[in-house]
Design a protein. Structure first.
Length: 53
C-alpha cells in the first residue's frame, strides 16, 4: 500500500517537474505533505478522543 503511494507520488512529481517550473513542483509537494500530516494528526486526535472519552 505504502509502496504504491510512493510510486504514484514519484510519477506525480515527475509530471509536475516536467510541465511546470521546479519551484512550483516543490511548493505543490510541500502543500501535499503538509496536508497529509494535518490529516494524519487529525485522524490520530479523533482516534484518541474515541479511545479515551
Amino acid at each position: 500500500m505504502a509502496h504504491q503511494a510512493v510510486g504514484k507520488l514519484t510519477s506525480f512529481i515527475t509530471v509536475l517537474a516536467g510541465e511546470l517550473d521546479y519551484s512550483i513542483a516543490v511548493i505543490s509537494l510541500w502543500i501535499w505533505i503538509c496536508g497529509m500530516i494535518d490529516l494524519n494528526i487529525d485522524s490520530q486526535m479523533r482516534l484518541r478522543t474515541q479511545l479515551f472519552p
